[in-house]
Design a binder for this molecule. Sequence first.
Ligand code: SF4
Length: 258
Amino acid sequence: MIDLDETSPDAILAAAVEDARAAALDLAGAADVGDHLDVRREDDLVVTHTFACTRPGYRGWHWSVTLTRDAAGTGATLNEAVLLPGAEAIVAPSWVPYKERLQPGDLSPGDLLPVEDEDPRLVPTYFFGDDPLDADSKAQVRQVAKDLGLGRVRTLSPEGIDMAAQRWYEGDGGPDALIAKSAPDSCWSCGFLVRLAGPLADTFGVCANGNANDDGKAVTFNHGCGAHSEVKLARKQQPIPVPDHVFDTLTDDGFVAL
Ligand code: SF4
């Protein structure tokens, strides 16, 4: 008989706890199978029983045994028996592809990091529109760029520019960096700011002050630091002059021959 209640498990399969336990014992051995924890409906004639896992080192894991049966029959058939982690289980972190794990500074000398053909941050140098290029067209673009000696086969796409701008703006060279919040003035008016050309020129420049934390880095015009070219110390901030020595013990001037 099929259970017509779509929320409760099939009564015959739900009662087959010992059949499910036998399957778990087959899989794990008596020492590793604990109390019956739960039974839940998977489908009309499919039910899963869970048993605590008592194997050392597997706290929070459970044995999951799924049973099924013929609509006309009364005997349970084993569908699957596996060990599964519960909410409290210690499991390995989920896999993240290496390209998503990479952080600035991870590349070592000699490492290679190829950029995919379809990387949205780049577009072919002679192409700046929405029509996708097929493989032959891409090969032709590469060949033309090489023949003309222009060097760069691809250049930043509008998306690549936006991504860089957002990253830089929100980074250590942006207006929200701690050093910028307490700066006496902004990079915009600093003599050490090197202006850029191109689409990022309205917002960013490069700091060229060898004494500043951001030397050689892209900074926003509204970033800033205490090494600004026009910073002057107030009188009370200036170092207190050290008086000359009254008696220089490193020379024999002060000794009088008797
Ligand atoms: S020295 Fe400071 S204020 Fe001047 S450009 Fe560099 S970061 Fe900006």
